[in-house]
Design a protein around this ligand. Structure first.
Ligand SMILES: Nc1ncnc2c1ncn2[C@@H]1O[C@H](COP(=O)(O)OP(=O)(O)OP(=O)(O)O)[C@@H](O)[C@H]1O
Ligand SMILES: [Mg+2]
Length: 281
């Protein structure tokens, strides 16, 4: 067991136990930022248990601490209090990889070198790395662009490369912070379906942040709804549509509309609260 705060897992408080073994346990997590004039509580006692292989989506109003939570999970930020417990199966592979909203590809590297980056850093041999790169370049439909540089690609293509790079790196947990938010609707749907296909083959544990209720339902096994600042877990909604899923087939189902309404109903007050706090309403 590894923990973000370096403590051992013994002696931590028990949280709700799910049937599948837990891959990630977030226990009593607080994050308080010191800002010149005082303190900002970004996360306020967040508890989430994520079973191995689950696709978890998190929605919440702007400023509720979603990125902060992901950054703590990625080890880019420390928690003020609480524990993150991740169960690692294979120490030779990275624990997690993060995909950001902004395109996170290296502009000076070709598509194939971007995808191979994590593998090279881990010292994976050339042949294995080349095979993996070839597999993912095909998977994301960029075979013709394997030797192109990011400035020669569209925004959607660049996000495809980020997704391929994260999966090729073979982390145990994928952390995705609104990776498709900047894309147009059609490209978004194509990428969502691509992500679903790759995920269905690999069944990695994914924590995916989005502002879109639609996206959360299409992708997730479960949707966590967070409160407005300071961020807490408000609700935990199961999405039990069968897989494989197709975005528009799913949207056509009455159950889909009911679920979207249920989540919006939970989220609405929080969004209004966040707007009042910002002084925009
Ligand atoms: N480095 C920091 N220093 C001080 N305050 C911060 C820092 N990072 C985030 N915050 C504050 O923490 C709160 C949560 O921010 P965060 O970026 O996690 O929200 P978010 O839910 O990701 O928002 P959005 O949906 O707009 O991306 C906000 O009030 C923000 O101002
Ligand atoms: Mg954010």
């Amino acid at each position: 067991m590894t923990q973000a705060n370096g403590k051992t897992s013994e002696g931590t408080k028990a949280t709700a136990v799910t049937r599948a073994p837990a891959k990630v346990r977030i226990e009593g997590l607080y994050k308080i930022f010191d800002v010149g004039h005082g303190k900002v509580t970004a996360l306020d006692n967040v508890n989430i248990t994520i079973p191995d292989g689950e696709f978890l989506c998190i929605v919440g109003p702007s400023g509720c601490g979603k990125t902060t939570l992901l950054r703590i999970l990625a080890g880019l930020e420390t928690a003020s209090e609480g524990n993150i417990i991740m169960t690692q199966r294979d120490k030779s592979k990275p624990m997690n990889s993060m995909i950001f909203q902004e395109q996170s590809v290296f502009p000076w590297m070709t598509v194939q070198d971007n995808i191979a980056y994590g593998l090279r850093m881990r010292g994976v041999d050339r042949k294995e790395s080349a095979e993996k790169v070839d597999f993912y370049v095909r998977k994301i439909g960029l075979l013709k662009f394997a030797k192109a540089y990011p400035h020669q690609l569209s925004g959607g293509m660049k996000q495809r490369v980020s997704v391929a790079r994260a999966f090729a790196n073979d982390p145990e947990v994928l952390l995705m912070d609104e990776p498709f938010a900047a894309l147009d609707e059609q490209n978004k749907v194509l990428l969502q379906e691509e992500l679903l296909r790759i995920w269905e083959e690999t069944r990695k544990t994914v924590i995916f942040i989005t502002h879109s209720i639609d996206e959360a339902i299409v992708l997730g096994d479960r949707v966590i709804v967070m409160t407005a600042h300071p961020g807490r877990v408000k609700a935990d909604v199961r999405v039990d549509f069968p897989r494989p899923r197709k975005v528009y087939e799913l949207r056509a189902q009455p159950k889909y509309g009911e679920l979207a309404y249920k989540i919006w109903d939970l989220l609405r007050d929080e969004v209004l609260k966040a707007k009042r706090e910002e002084g925009t309403e």
